[in-house]
Structures are given as structure tokens and as C-alpha cells.
Ligand binder design. Sequence first.
Ligand code: PLP
Length: 365
Amino acid sequence: MGITRLEIDLTSLRHNYDYLKSRLKPNVRMMAVVKAFGYGSDAAEVALYLEKLGVDYIAVAFTQEGVALRDAGVSTPILVLHPQPDNFENIVERCLEPSIYSARILKAFSTFAKAKKQKNYPIHLKINTGLNRLGFKKSDLEFIVDQCQQTTAIKVKSIFSHLAASEDKKEEAFTRNQIKSFTQTAEKLIERLGYRPFLHQSNTSAILNYPEAQFDMVRAGIGLYGYGNSPEEDLHLKPIATLVSVISQIHSIEPGESVGYNRAFQAENKSSTATIPIGHADGISRALGNGVGYVQIHGKIAPIIGNVCMDMIMVDVTEIDCQEGDDVIIFGPDHSAVGLAESMNSIPYEVLTAVSQRVKRVFHL
Ligand SMILES: *Cc1c(COP(=O)(O)O)cnc(C)c1O
């Protein structure tokens, strides 16, 4: 297929799911995080495939992502990590389960659920244990209990928190403190509520590095897509997505000639360049231009030369035996997104989720 496409290998997804599950203690459940189009792949395909494999829960960041999954036929419970009051109508209509992260959101959702005559509508309480992004503080505990006991319209289904540095061994003391703090707050809440919601705190790196933080469920994101935030764990995982393009045209460039906008590349020697139909509008950051980033052609590295255009890049193929129409790998299992990310001081999360919706998704079993 001679066009730019993102090839997604569902067998690799299954492998990653099985591997992460093999790292869980008995009876720990798995939530698959499919926010941001399944980390740039395809949220619906990933969720439906994992649903068939028996995944226990799905998480998305925003309400519209959950609505899209329901439209695609996903019936597994879906946690919305970051809802707003303006989303509540859609949340209840589509049986999505909100993360409740502040007094404002708790009051607003409780009022909404009552008005909609809900009974025991499942909510998930987010506790801030040090990330300082979203979540209740320890001192909000009485307020939470009070609000929950005032009504039967809502019911706490789970209590959760998020770790700030589970991939970073240097922050082990901080992480252990987050785990301890979460355990204490959750146990106090359970005692005061008089029932036991399930608990979860681990993302991918915590699954791998902190088995004591598995509680009742874990929330796996990047690991499912094949990246483990460390060279050792990457060996066990398989990147599910391969970003592939094609050589549209090859040019012979004479010394002194320039390539691309603003003449950013100037040839010193006679060289060959290949033009590839993928640009910053497809997710190739402009930061990757001018020799920073590179692609792979026939197993060889071809640096991006000049500025990244909206719809194209030019790469140096002087040393590569290649032809117009040949495949170009931007990243994939044999040409990791980790390297591409590092070249622009980023992380695979950003490289993967940057692949824009203009790029065709192709699925393989
Ligand atoms: C994105 C996210 C995750 C998944 O993290 P990974 O590092 O991709 O496994 C889990 N929990 C929350 C709250 C998140 O926002």
C-alpha cells in the first residue's frame, strides 16, 4: 500500500496485554487506557479487541472519547478521567463513569444525578497524593463523606490516585510515600463510607516497578501499545503501531543547491534526497527537521534535511539504494519511537499521540 499509513498489529496488542497481566498478582483487574485515540492508534479498535480478551475496564481522558467508544459498540464500563460539569448530560446518557476530582465536581455531579433521578450512579473518587494535577486532598475527606451520605443518587465505585514518577527509580522514596498516603486515605474513606469501593493507583510503570501498588485494579496505557519506559521492559513488549510512508520523488542535488523552505539545507556535496508525503500536519514535529530526526529506508537511517513542511519531509538518501515508491518507516517495532522521541527531547507518548487523524489506520491480526 503505497501511501502514508499507521499499521496496527492487534496480535502485538494481545501480547502486551498478556505480558502486563502476567505481571499482576492474582485477582488484580485491568483497566485499559485508550485516551487520545488509543495513544494515537485507534481507540475503538483497541477497546473492542481488548473487550473480546476480557479487559475489565476502559479509561478515556475526556467525555467525547467515551461517547465515541459507546457509538462504536463498546459495552465495558468506561471511566472518564477528566470530566467537566458541561459533560454530565452525555456522561449519564451514555453510561460513562466520571472521575470526581474536586469539591466543585462532586457537588455538581451529585446535584445533576439527583435531578436526573439516578440511583447509585457509579463515581470514582480521585485522590491527590502528590502529582498535584487533579484530585481531593486528605483534608477533603469529611466533605466527601458528607456529600455521599446525603444522597443515594451516587455511589462510590472506586477510589484512585495517580503516581508522579513510577518510571523513575530515583524517585522511589517519593513514590512509596504516594502509595502509603493513598492507602491511608482510601482506608479512612472506606471506614467512613461504610462500604468498600475498589482501589487503583498504578499506571504501566507502576505495574512493572511497584507490585505493592496494584491494589484491586491497574490502569495500563503505554505498555499496551508496546512501550515500557525502560530498555529492559521494552524487550518484553511489542510496539503495536508502525508509521509507514513512501518515497514520492528522488532528487539529485548539486553542491550549493538548497532543499526545502527557507533554503534550510544547503548541499556541500553531490547528494540524493527523497521526498516523503508526511509532514507536521501528520505528526512529524518541526523539531525533527534539519538533521534532528530520521526515518528508516531498507533498514538504513535517512536523516530529515531542511525544514519539516506541513505535508512533506525531505530525507538524505545519498548512501541508500532506494527508488521512488519504496516504503519508509518513521517508527515501528524495528525502529523504535523511543529514539525518535529522544532526538527531540520528548517521550514516546508524544510521538505516538501526535500521529494525526489524516493518517490512514490499517489493522492486522
Ligand atoms: C494516562 C493515564 C494512565 C496510563 O498511564 P501509562 O503510563 O500510559 O500506563 C493511568 N492513569 C491516569 C490517571 C492517566 O491519566
